[in-house]
Design a protein around this ligand. Structure first.
Ligand SMILES: C[S@@+](CC[C@H](N)C(=O)[O-])C[C@H]1O[C@@H](n2cnc3c(N)ncnc32)[C@H](O)[C@@H]1O
Ligand code: SF4
Ligand code: SF4
Length: 332
């Protein structure tokens, strides 16, 4: 039956610091998210119960009873949902520790506290889901945080995903700590890392990330990319978050574009800083012009371009794909 719903309600499960959710997109735009369990710290999961709760949400959406936080979500679409109990998207976002201090990050004022954090183990839940055949063959496992490359479980988690599933691991990483598992996954065409540089120069990078590690991150990007074929190469993305008053000038953007060209990065992502957007709820005209500059670059250099959450919310949904690597973010 066709009705208004989203891939998350239908087919996703998201592990957060102390809860399991349907998605955390609503949280990021200032609403309560849809919750599966509000008290989760790594205990064994009753998958039948999870499936039952998810079915209740599906039923709600099928009656057109759309929760407030979802009502303006760009991910809603009318579709003949198949009501499968399998997951095609799993978010792992259960810890906050990180060695950068990005000016825009929610972790910025709680670094000491997050450094002491002992996250629950995520591999047992994933193993159990795999054992119960709950992952679709084309599942995306989205790993974020905190800095995934610092997570103690990260090497074992990546090994498990690469060896025991056919999923693609999406990894948001600062790129400061090199991971041989990210490199291995890139060689296998199974990992898609995103590094948000937000700058094209060491000076601006330092202003945003508040660590002087631009050159090290660039060297790590070069190591990740070395000798990959063009499809696997396109799995590595660089992102530019427009931060009003900080990097919203054409010189910095042009430096970033030149850098992506020099590095041979062919997958670009754009976003607008979340706190600014949630407060203002629009995209200024001059940033729209910058986005056109990036689009021209992408067409000229036959790259891929996608937009992340808040630009999607504003209406930027037409991704550009010159290299078919199967990752169509906003078609998900
Ligand atoms: C919280 S970080 C965690 C993963 C990793 N440490 C990293 O930076 O990629 C996840 C993603 O959210 C982005 N992000 C964090 N705070 C943001 C904000 N205020 N506005 C837009 N994007 C933000 C980061 O750039 C990163 O791509
Ligand atoms: S409609 Fe949007 S906010 Fe609601 S569950 Fe789906 S993705 Fe999340
Ligand atoms: S690298 Fe990621 S987690 Fe760390 S401060 Fe920056 S955005 Fe936050």
């Amino acid at each position: 039956m066709a009705y208004l719903s989203c891939e998350y309600v239908e087919n996703a499960v998201c592990f957060l610091q102390d809860s399991v959710m349907i998605c955390c997109y609503a949280l990021s735009i200032g609403y309560d998210g849809l919750c599966i369990s509000d008290h989760y710290f790594g205990q064994e999961i009753d998958w039948e119960k999870v499936i039952e709760i998810k079915q209740k949400f599906r039923d709600k959406f099928s009656r057109n009873d759309i929760p407030k936080g979802c009502s303006e979500c760009p991910r809603l679409k009318v579709k003949d949902w198949k009501n499968s109990d399998k997951f095609n998207y799993i978010l792992i976002n259960h810890w906050n520790n990180c060695n950068l201090k990005c000016i825009y990050c929610y972790t910025r004022d709680r670094k000491k506290e997050f450094k002491k954090e002992k996250p629950y183990k995520i591999i047992p839940a994933l193993k159990d889901a795999v054992k119960n055949k709950l992952l679709t063959p084309d599942c995306w496992i989205d790993i974020t945080g905190g800095e995934p490359a610092l997570l103690k479980e990260f090497p074992d988690l990546m090994k498990f995903i690469l060896e025991n599933t056919t999923a693609i691991a999406l990894v948001n990483t600062a790129g400061l700590n090199y991971s041989k598992w990210i490199r291995k996954g890139l060689e296998m065409g199974r990992v898609s890392p995103t590094i948000s540089l937000d700058s094209g120069t060491r000076e601006t990078y330092k202003k945003i990330k508040r660590v002087d590690c631009f050159n090290k991150v660039i060297r790590n990007i070069q190591k990740y990319k070395k000798d990959l074929d063009s499809v696997n190469n396109s799995l590595l993305s660089l992102k530019y978050i427009f931060i009003p008053g900080v990097n919203d000038n054409i010189t910095e953007l042009q430096n970033w574009l030149n850098l992506t060209g020099d590095l041979g990065v062919t997958n670009l992502k754009l976003e607008i800083e979340h706190e600014w957007y949630v407060k203002n709820r629009y995209v200024p005209d001059y940033i729209k012009e910058f986005i056109e500059v990036v689009k021209d670059y992408v067409h000229k250099n036959k790259c891929n371009l996608s937009y992340r959450e808040h630009l999607v919310h504003y209406g930027y949904r037409d991704e550009i794909h010159y290299i078919d690597n199967g990752l169509w973010y906003n078609h998900n």
